[in-house]
Design a protein around this ligand. Structure first.
Ligand SMILES: [Cu+2]
Length: 153
């Protein structure tokens, strides 16, 4: 009787000890996973390189304006395949979402287009083809027509 009561009193201490080991193992496991995968992200790799081409992107209701060296380059934007391109993205009115889709309709990269901010997005288009830029943020009544084309050659 006495033994059972004593065992019962120790139960919370045992639970806390097991929980502590579990928490330490979980944190160590997550830290290891982060260490092994973070260096492989495309953003980290491209951040160390010098871009081959820079494009300024201005979003406004309801279009995308592409500029290179201060000059508007029109549509479609023609870019080289397998080169590192840096998009400097901003907006001149409200927030927009700058999303690039590959020819199969898969999202390749995206960033926010915000007034007063310039977000830098680096993309390497591995395959030639027609890519599409869509606005990913509801910005007004004609939001769905806010599209552009990128021709990768
Ligand atoms: Cu929009």
């Amino acid at each position: 009787m006495r033994r059972a009561a004593s065992r019962k009193a120790d139960a919370p201490a045992t639970v806390y000890r097991v929980r502590r080991y579990y928490a330490v193992a979980l944190i160590a496991g997550l830290a290891l996973l982060l260490f092994l995968t973070l260096a492989r992200t495309p953003y980290v790799r491209s951040a160390l390189e010098t871009p081959d081409k820079k494009i300024d992107v201005v979003g406004w209701m309801w279009a995308w304006d592409f500029q290179a060296d201060g000059q508007s380059v029109g549509h479609p934007l023609v870019l080289p395949a397998r080169k590192l391109v840096e998009f400097a993205v901003t907006s001149k009115d409200v927030n927009h979402g700058f999303g690039i889709y590959d020819p199969d309709g898969r999202l390749v990269a995206q960033t926010q287009a915000m007034p007063g901010y310039v977000n830098h997005l680096r993309v390497r288009f591995e395959e030639p083809g027609t890519y599409h830029v869509l606005c990913l943020e509801y910005c007004g009544a004609a939001h769905t027509i806010m599209m552009a084309e990128i021709s990768v050659q």
